[in-house]
Design a protein around this ligand. Structure first.
Ligand code: HEC
Ligand code: HEC
Length: 354
């Protein structure tokens, strides 16, 4: 009898092993536990000079929440953890997908019970460089830390109360040690959850595109790309007021807060920044790979945007963004140099739950 029990136990152990995965430390753990490196990834990389200068001038990192490798690691786990939604079905990463530059491919995104968001998802690249720090198309969240808890509590998106959030996170075996490393004690609360998420998000910075190589002198633009850059920087563009593309989408992150903005009068969703009909724009980095543009996700690619209607002829942003036919190919060529393919594949930004 004892022998049979011993053999059965062995079988059970072997079967359990089959359903488990090995992490880098060689420790066997169930697949529902995040797989993390023994030594944390480096989220504090040194950026090239042209990026570093922009960072110093625009960084929205608050003094009480600087990025640390352990903080960003915790943020990464939270970002991809489906327990942050009511029925454990979606995570932040479901609507902000790494391979899509932390954006979604659909016009509107599906929440935990199939409900749709009312605006297009936003790419999370270079959030740290948005100087006024205000988040969402209408800037309704004052900081990235304040923003982080909103999708979790949103009825269509993740559907939890803060109390539910805290108790669900506390119930997972892998969190106490991650909070300990990130914040010095294993205490878990929503303030720390928000801080860790914000640290991870602020570490998502693009600096390895062709554009960056050109700025560092290690690559050169083609003639078309060069003409596109000149247009972007100098041609008086859409929206009136003598603005160029660069006025509102300022290099090197192609991002700027407190821009003039467009007054949008002829589409359904018009309650934007401060309740008026204007919206922000995120970083134009990796824009050539993104498939749904503008706050209503109505534009499917860059050439559609650049060719719609006569220049500056309309009040909807897509029409206001059109350029002269001869300039389309030049601007497209230039905008495509902003694509950084490392950000979409780097392991430190990827889902650790697999
Ligand atoms: C169901 C899809 C969905 C989920 C889940 C989701 N988001 Fe979003 N996210 C969106 C949409 C849609 C917007 C734009 C909403 C708006 O402006 O009204 C957005 C906007 C943002 C922004 C603003 C970016 C900017 O430039 O202003 C940040 C930051 C963000 N989300 C982070 C997160 C984090 C962190 C989580 C997880 C806690 C998360 N999101 C979960 C769909 C989602
Ligand atoms: C007056 C300021 C302003 C000017 C000038 C301007 N833009 Fe924009 N741009 C915006 C705003 C604001 C949005 C977001 C509007 C919205 O979604 O309602 C935007 C959106 C975009 C988008 C889509 C971004 C996304 O994440 O969906 C692209 C691409 C773009 N602009 C490129 C350009 C180019 C190229 C030029 C020059 C030809 C230009 N813009 C000129 C303010 C401006």
């Amino acid at each position: 009898m004892k022998k049979i029990i011993a053999i059965l136990s062995l079988i059970v152990i072997v079967v359990v092993f089959q359903f488990c995965s090995k992490n880098d430390a060689g420790v066997v753990s169930p697949v529902t536990v995040p797989s993390l490196p023994v030594t944390a990834f480096n989220y504090l990389v040194g950026y090239p000079a042209h990026i570093q200068t922009a960072l110093l001038a625009n960084d929205n990192t608050p003094v009480d929440n600087p990025i640390t490798n352990d903080g960003a690691t915790l943020g990464r786990v939270l970002f991809y953890d489906k327990i942050l939604s009511k029925n454990n079905s979606i995570s932040c990463g479901s609507c902000h997908k790494q391979d899509l530059s932390f954006d979604d491919e659909t016009q509107f995104s599906k929440g935990f019970d199939g409900g749709l968001t009312t605006r297009n998802s936003m790419s999370l690249l270079n959030l740290r460089f948005y100087k006024n720090g205000k988040m969402f198309w209408d800037e309704r969240a004052a900081t990235l830390e304040k923003q982080a808890l909103q999708p979790i509590q949103n009825h269509d998106e993740m559907g939890l109360t803060l109390a539910e959030l805290e108790s669900k996170v506390k119930a997972q075996t892998y969190y106490p040690s991650l909070f300990q490393k990130a914040f010095g004690t294993a205490d878990i609360d929503s303030v720390r959850i928000a801080k860790a998420l914000a640290q991870f998000e602020r570490s998502i910075v693009t600096y390895q595109s062709k554009y960056d190589q050109v700025k560092q002198g290690t690559a050169t633009f083609t003639t078309l790309e060069d003409q596109g850059e000149q247009l972007f920087l100098t041609a008086v563009g859409p929206g009136g007021g003598g603005n160029t593309c660069a006025t509102c989408h300022t290099p090197p992150m192609f991002l700027k807060s407190n821009v003039p903005g467009f007054s949008i009068t002829d589409i359904g969703d018009t309650v934007g920044i401060n309740g008026v009909n204007k919206f922000k724009s995120g970083s134009l980095r990796n824009i050539g790979t993104r498939t749904k543009l503008f706050h209503d996700g109505s534009v499917t690619n860059l050439s559609a945007m650049l060719t719609a209607g006569a220049p500056g002829s309309g009040t909807i942003p897509i029409k206001a963004h059109s350029v002269a036919p001869g300039d389309v190919q030049k601007l497209l060529a230039f905008l495509n140099t902003l694509t950084d393919n490392t950000i979409t594949t780097e392991e430190k930004f990827s889902n650790p739950f697999k």
